[in-house]
Design a protein around this ligand. Structure first.
Ligand code: SF4
Length: 509
């Protein structure tokens, strides 16, 4: 997690005034309707914001956007039905990056739009530095823009499009009648009746601007121009959004060396980039401060075995299993498992009892001399008295790679495929030849380890979650303690399945 300070960060344009202007969007009043600094909900992010922001805002806005982009990427990889995909993405957008229309009451729409714009520019700085990051950033930003475009108020959307001053030629009535037969031939079946033709309007653009419409013959092409009906204008807008962003990212990358000496921002940007590349959402910190969590319950050494069987994700189940089998765990395994147990609510006294039992083949003297200090240290009771957080999926997946004799790490990443299948079949009762196992192994093959883990969560919690819902609202696993909390929360009734929440809402209404 970042250490935020209240120092002021330079505005993003200090580093990245690299982006071409599409259209001439100016921030001004929206014509007297409301005196807004940001007149449109939609944004092409053509010029960097000229404002001062604090480092706290810098992190907050960037993390909120990163959560949405990572969720979009994870959901797109899950082969979900289009309607479910749209709904889950829209839920993520609403919870982390809401943008209201101009007519919204009691909402500071300018503040929402400011946060949205700053978040975009920060991630642009973070993700411009490699082709992989750029490609992923453009793809997810495009989806975010599309969702917002589709859900925008019709009037506001047309005002926004007009403000972009696109280089489109409007097809006038004479030309429309001249090519009536050809234009109708490209209309969807059933939409070709005269009244629909009469109310439709077309614009002319160079055909190479809309290859996705030209390929499947959804537009009439003549003299190098494609005739695009209003209903397909989203293609044009997305094409322009993509081209603008790709160009701007390359230019930003070139001006990036100027930032390398900024020791306040570079660590934050580096962390954001690493998180985005590892496909795992930025983690929450789990310190094991049980008193801060209203849903937490005290865990005792006697409870660990039963909890492991029902609620541990694969990485921690494996460590629990290895400790039982070998009566020992090596350093990194003890660290990974010990901090996980601390964060799930096992107090220090109970942890000492649990580990003493686990290391049953050691003498008291050896245990006290070699292991007790480390356990107390991880609880912040020795040495520098630091309260260490439990390890996130990103840390487990990317740091301290396990060797052949080690047991720490993530089974989805670090087990051989056959070993992983046997492990999942023995401990999570997932049939080796089943469709579910194939889905899991497909994600492993694509190196989407957290999605494989998320699918296992769904399969083992069929009563509470549907495929695609993950840990709730489409969120995928990013921390072993999140997995555990959700799983145990369902059993204790402190986390409610979506269907129950919906019926509760209906009763209240
Ligand atoms: Fe553990 Fe995360 Fe791997 Fe799941 S994806 S097994 S929670 S490290």
């Amino acid at each position: 997690m970042f250490k935020a300070t209240s120092r002021t960060a330079p505005p993003p344009q200090a580093y990245a005034n690299a982006g071409s202007r599409v259209g001439g969007r100016r921030r001004s009043s929206d014509g007297g309707h409301r005196n807004l600094k940001y007149p449109y909900r939609l944004n092409f992010y053509t010029s960097p914001p000229a404002l001062d922001i604090t480092l706290e805002e810098f992190e907050t806005f960037a993390i909120a956007r990163l959560k949405v982009l990572t969720a979009i990427h994870s959901l797109q990889e899950r082969s979900l039905p289009a309607a479910q995909l749209r709904e889950l993405i829209s839920t993520q957008i609403k919870s982390h990056l809401p943008l209201s229309s101009n007519t919204a009451r009691n909402i500071d729409v300018d503040e929402e739009r400011r946060a949205d714009e700053i978040g975009h520019w920060i991630l642009r700085l973070a993700f411009c530095r490699s082709p992989d990051l750029r490609e992923k950033f453009v793809r997810t930003e495009l989806e975010l823009f599309k969702q917002r475009f589709d859900s925008d108020d019709q009037y506001e959307r047309s005002q926004f499009l007009r403000s972009l001053n696109f280089d489109w030629t409007i097809v006038d009535e004479t030309e429309k009648r001249m090519y009536e037969k050809q234009l109708k031939a490209c209309m969807p079946w059933g939409a070709q009746r005269d009244n629909q033709f009469a109310s439709e309007s077309w614009v002319k653009v160079p055909w190479y601007n809309v290859p996705d419409l030209v390929g499947p013959r959804r537009v009439f092409v003549k003299g190098g121009n494609a005739y695009v009906p209003q209903s397909h204008q989203i293609s044009l807008v997305l094409q322009a959004f993509r081209a603008n962003l790709e160009r701007a990212l390359e230019l930003t990358a070139k001006s990036l060396p100027r930032m390398d000496e900024d020791d306040r921002l570079m660590p934050i940007l580096g962390h954001l980039a690493q998180s985005f590349l590892s496909n795992v959402s930025i983690e929450s910190n789990f310190f094991g401060d049980a008193d801060d969590d209203p849903n937490s319950a005290k865990v005792t050494a006697d409870m660990v075995d039963a909890l492991a069987v029902k609620h541990f994700p694969a990485c921690q189940y494996n460590l629990w299993n290895r400790l039982k089998r070998d009566h020992h765990l090596k350093h990194f395994a003890r660290l990974q498992f010990g901090l996980f147990l601390k964060a799930l609510g096992l107090p220090l006294e109970e942890a000492l009892v649990y580990w003493r039992r686990g290391f049953s083949q050691l003498t008291d003297d050896k245990f006290n001399k070699e292991y007790k200090y480390n356990i107390r240290h991880s609880y912040g009771q020795e040495g520098k008295r630091t309260n260490y957080p439990a390890k996130s999926c990103q840390q487990i997946l990317t740091s301290n790679q396990p060797g052949p004799q080690d047991s720490h790490g993530c089974p989805y990443r670090h087990f051989a495929p056959e070993t992983l299948q046997t492990f999942l079949s023995q401990h999570y009762s997932i049939g080796t030849g089943s469709l579910e196992m194939r889905e899991i192994m497909d994600q492993v093959k694509k190196q989407h380890y957290h999605l494989a883990c998320t699918r296992v969560f769904e399969i083992t919690h069929l009563k509470d979650v549907k495929k695609g819902e993950g840990l709730g609202d489409g969120v995928s696993v990013s921390h072993p303690n999140e997995y555990f909390n959700k799983s145990w929360g369902y059993e204790r009734g402190v986390v409610k399945p979506k269907t129950e929440l919906m019926s509760d809402d209906m009763q209240t209404d």
